[in-house]
Design a protein around this ligand. Structure first.
Ligand code: SF4
Ligand code: SF4
Length: 437
């Protein structure tokens, strides 16, 4: 694609990067076929190619974001299916991240929208605040249908997504020693939302790692990876959160990896090197952190895990989170691990399409998110699985809100099959599994 940036514009490293990305696009439109918003509505402006044109026009003319640009970029899930499909290697992620930042800086959203976004950015990356918000949401949860009937769709979406049980306290910084001889040492990103909503995920990761000789450190000072605010275009906040994590992890010695159990966070941590490339104080450290970042399944695939429990060929519908399959290209390891440990693994048809979770997307864009969830749940339920497995708390929460099937993190199944305890959701929801220890 031809671009028309001036030399002065190209002196800005962000514009130079956008120019490189835009020039790679040959506007073939292959990406439209796998874009969830285009698949739903067939609107070119809600396709990757349409958004690329809108962003190109905004950047070339150095214009503030218009309402139109904000509308169609906001509808993008950042699922990155378009990047997997694109034959020309267009790095859509870095382009849309830049567009979101410009929208946030130059477009004035309606007051309620601003308030909602500011509240989410203030709450969600901070586990203690998020926990209190979930406690407050618990008694209001039964009123979700009423909120929906009153047209308060976003409130209804938040209440539906809030768990029925009391939220947990986040994991404190500490060291979990390896059982037996120490063969490795990793830092674990405890995360923000993940640990409050579903502490059993990190507990399972710690159990399976330590049982296999890996020491696990939850670093003092590490917190949210920054992706929640990054995807809202709040770049300064995202970079501050990234720097805090980099400082916390760089202070640790002898790390083999930084292990991440939420694939949305993993995609962002693996991008720290790019995000901080122009910061002389952090560029090198950020690149080293990104190089160490591993999804939990990616890391576990390097260990000699052995089955220690009969899981009776339990049928697992494996939902491949977009951030894992498109963002990190970690595709085979989770399925291979599950199959090796005795589960019967089924791929979900249309597996490239997002479930509609996408960070805060299911709150900010409840209509698209609900339609994508219904489509995803339909394809999963047709497989008649015993359990759904995914590598991302966002997907687990989103899918669980639309089905009675139990949904767990892949690492919970791996821990169970290798000698850990049965995932709580399976004990609660599938009495027949209680027979398994
Ligand atoms: S598939 Fe790639 S090259 Fe083709 S229109 Fe989409 S982004 Fe551009
Ligand atoms: S990131 Fe996902 S929703 Fe956004 S343009 Fe690409 S395929 Fe479409």
């Amino acid at each position: 694609m031809q671009t028309n940036f001036t030399l002065a514009q190209l002196a800005d490293p962000n514009i130079a990067e956008a120019d490189k990305i835009l020039r790679a696009c040959v506007h073939c439109g292959f990406c439209t076929a796998t874009c969830p918003t285009y698949v739903l509505d067939g609107n070119e402006l809600d396709s990757p190619r349409g958004r690329i044109y809108l962003i190109k026009d905004m950047l070339e003319h150095d214009r503030p974001a218009s309402a139109d640009v904000a509308l169609h970029v906001d509808r993008c899930l950042s699922c990155l299916a378009c990047m997997t499909t694109c034959p020309s290697g267009v790095h859509y992620m870095h382009l849309v991240d830049q567009a979101r930042d410009r929208i946030e800086r130059t477009y004035r959203r309606p007051a309620l929208e601003r308030l909602l976004r500011a509240t989410l950015a203030w709450l969600m990356p901070y586990p203690q605040r998020f926990r209190l918000a979930l406690l407050a949401a618990l008694p209001a949860k039964p009123f979700a249908p009423l909120a929906e009937a009153l047209g308060l769709e976003r409130l209804a979406a938040m209440l539906r997504l809030a768990p029925w049980r009391a939220p947990s306290r986040p994991l404190a910084s500490q060291i979990f020693p390896a059982v037996g001889e120490r063969k490795g040492r990793v830092a674990l990103l405890a995360g923000c939302v993940n640990d409050v909503l579903s502490p059993e995920i990190n507990a399972a990761a710690i159990a399976v790692l330590t049982r296999n000789g890996v020491e696990v450190v939850v670093a003092d000072g590490a917190g949210c990876c920054g992706s929640l605010v990054h995807h809202m275009g709040r770049e300064h906040e995202a970079l501050a959160q990234a720097r805090a994590n980099i400082d916390a992890w760089t202070a640790l010695e002898d790390l083999d990896a930084i292990v991440i159990t939420t694939s949305g966070c993993g995609t962002t941590v693996k991008d720290y090197g790019f995000m901080l490339r122009t910061d002389p104080a952090y560029a090198d450290k950020a690149s080293r952190v990104s190089a160490l970042a591993k999804d939990i399944a990616e890391y576990l695939a390097t260990l000699p895990l052995k089955p220690a429990q009969d899981v009776a060929g339990l049928v697992v519908a494996y939902h491949s989170a977009c951030s894992l399959q498109h963002g990190q290209r970690v595709i085979r390891q989770p399925k291979e691990l599950l199959a090796k440990l005795g589960f019967t693994v089924k791929d979900v048809p249309e597996g490239h399409l997002c479930c509609g979770s996408a960070g805060t997307y299911n709150i900010l864009q409840p209509d698209y998110a609900r339609r994508l969830r219904a489509r995803k749940v339909g394809t999963i339920e047709r497989l008649r699985p015993d359990v759904i497995a995914a590598g991302n708390i966002g997907c687990i929460t989103q899918i669980s809100a639309g089905t009675e099937l139990p949904a767990v993190h892949t690492v919970e199944l791996i821990d169970w099959a290798t000698g850990g305890s049965c995932p709580p959701r399976l004990q609660e929801l599938r009495p027949r599994l209680a027979a398994h220890p």
